[in-house]
Design a protein around this ligand. Structure first.
Ligand code: TLP
Length: 346
C-alpha cells in the first residue's frame, strides 16, 4: 500500500540531486570555518535573504533559539505571538536556557499581531519591568493556516521596532512559501528584520538544516551562541550540499504544493462531517475540523492511517494536513477519497 504522508512538509526525503551533491561535497572542519560547502551555502543564503552573513544550524528550533539568545540577555523580554512556533513548540527554550521572558501578543487569524497590541506590549523604562529587547514574527505562520505575512505588514512591524529601539527576528521557517505565494522576492519580506531563520528541511526537502542570516556582527555572536549550545559541527558540508540544491532547485516548485493544498481543502469542504475554510489556504498547510459528535479527530487519524493516509491530530476536533514534494495531485484526490470513506464509516 502506498503511504501518503501529509503530517508535515518535514517528512520530505532528499532528492537524487541532493544525494549526489552529498556524495561529492568538498568537506572541511566548519568550526574552523574551513568547510567550503558550508561557506558556499552560507554565502548563497545570505544573498537570497538580502543579508551580509549567514550561519548553518541543525534545526529551525535551534535557529530561533540561537537568534533570541543572541539578541537578548537574561531577564530581558521578547514580544511574540501567542500562536507562534517559538512560544508553543520549542520547549520553552528561550526561558529555559536564556532566562528570557516571553511576552505574548494575540495572533490574529492571518498570522499578524495588531500593531497597537505590539506597541502596548512594549515596556516603559521602569524598575519593575523587564526590558523589552526583541519582537518576533513568523512567516508563513504555521498555526494560522500557513498564512503569509505581507511585505507591507512586515515593514510596518520593522518600523515600529526601530521607533522603539528594538530588534526584529523573523522565524521564516517557510519564508520561501510566503515569497512564492505572494509572488514577491524573499528579500522584500526580510529587509526589515535584524535576523532571519529559514529551514532547508521543510518544503525545500533537504534532510537536515536551517540557516540564520543577519549582519556580520550578529552572525559572529550567533556563532558563539551556537557553540555554547553544542551546535558547532565539523564536516557539515554533507548537510550544506543538500541545502544548496534545496535553495537552487526546490523553491519555484513550492507553487505546486500550494496548488495541491488548495485542492485538498476544496475536497475536504465537500465532505459532510468536516469543515474547512478553503478560501484562506494560501500555502502548503491546511487546518480543518470534524463536526463534534460525529467522529473524534484522533479516530479519523487512526482510520485514515489504516487506509494509508497520514495526517496530524491537534485537538479533539482539529486536524492538519501539509502538502509537499513527492505528493502529487493524484495523491490528493486519493487522500480526499480516503477521508470521505473514513468519515462515512463513523
Ligand atoms: N514545525 C513542525 C512542528 O514542530 C510543528 C511542523 O511540522 O510544522 N518554526 C516554524 C514556523 C515551524 O513550523 C517549525 C517546525 C520550526 C520553526 C522548527 O523547526 P525544526 O522542526 O527544524 O526544529
Amino acid at each position: 500500500m502506498k503511504i501518503i504522508d501529509l503530517r508535515s512538509d518535514t517528512v520530505t526525503l532528499p532528492t537524487s540531486e541532493m544525494l549526489n551533491a552529498i556524495c561529492t561535497a568538498e568537506l572541511g572542519d566548519d568550526v574552523f570555518s574551513e568547510d567550503p560547502t558550508v561557506n558556499r551555502l552560507e554565502g548563497l543564503a545570505a544573498e537570497r535573504m538580502g543579508k551580509e552573513a549567514a550561519l548553518l544550524v541543525v534545526s529551525g528550533t535551534m535557529a530561533n533559539l540561537v537568534c533570541v539568545l543572541t539578541h537578548c540577555r537574561r531577564g530581558e523580554e521578547v514580544i511574540l505571538g501567542d500562536l507562534s512556533h517559538t512560544f508553543l513548540y520549542e520547549a520553552g527554550g528561550v526561558s529555559a536556557l536564556g532566562g528570557i521572558h516571553p511576552h505574548t501578543v494575540g495572533n490574529q487569524g492571518d498570522g499578524t499581531m495588531a500593531l497597537e497590541d505590539i506597541e502596548a506590549a512594549i515596556r516603559q523604562d521602569n524598575v519593575h519591568f523587564p526590558r523589552t529587547r526583541l519582537i518576533c514574527l513568523e512567516n508563513t505562520h504555521n498555526r494560522c493556516g500557513g498564512a503569509p505575512l505581507t511585505v507591507e505588514y512586515s515593514d510596518s512591524v520593522a518600523a515600529l521596532a526601530k521607533e522603539h529601539g528594538l530588534r526584529l527576528h523573523l522565524d521564516g521557517a517557510r519564508i520561501f512559501n510566503a515569497a512564492v505565494a505572494l509572488g514577491t522576492d524573499v528579500k522584500e519580506l526580510t529587509r526589515g528584520a535584524d535576523s532571519v531563520a529559514f529551514c532547508l528541511s521543510k518544503g525545500l526537502s533537504a534532510p537536515v538544516g536551517s540557516v540564520i542570516c543577519g549582519s556580520p556582527e550578529f552572525i559572529a555572536e550567533a556563532k558563539r551562541t551556537r557553540k555554547v549550545l553544542g551546535g558547532g559541527m565539523r564536516q557539515a558540508g554533507i548537510i550544506a550540499a543538500a541545502g544548496i540544491v534545496a535553495m537552487e532547485e526546490m523553491v519555484d516548485r513550492l507553487a505546486e504544493d500550494h496548488k495541491n493544498a488548495k485542492l485538498l481543502a476544496e475536497g475536504i469542504a465537500e465532505i459532510e462531517g468536516l469543515s474547512v475554510d478553503a478560501a484562506s489556504v494560501q500555502t502548503d498547510i491546511v487546518y480543518f475540523d470534524v463536526t463534534p459528535g460525529r467522529i473524534t479527530a484522533d479516530e479519523l487519524v487512526r482510520r485514515m492511517s489504516d487506509m494509508g493516509v497520514k495526517i496530524l491530530c491537534l485537538g479533539p476536533t482539529r486536524l492538519r494536513a501539509v502538502t509537499h514534494y513527492g505528493v502529487t495531485s493524484e495523491d490528493i484526490a486519493a487522500a480526499v477519497e480516503v477521508m470521505r470513506r473514513a468519515v462515512r464509516s463513523a
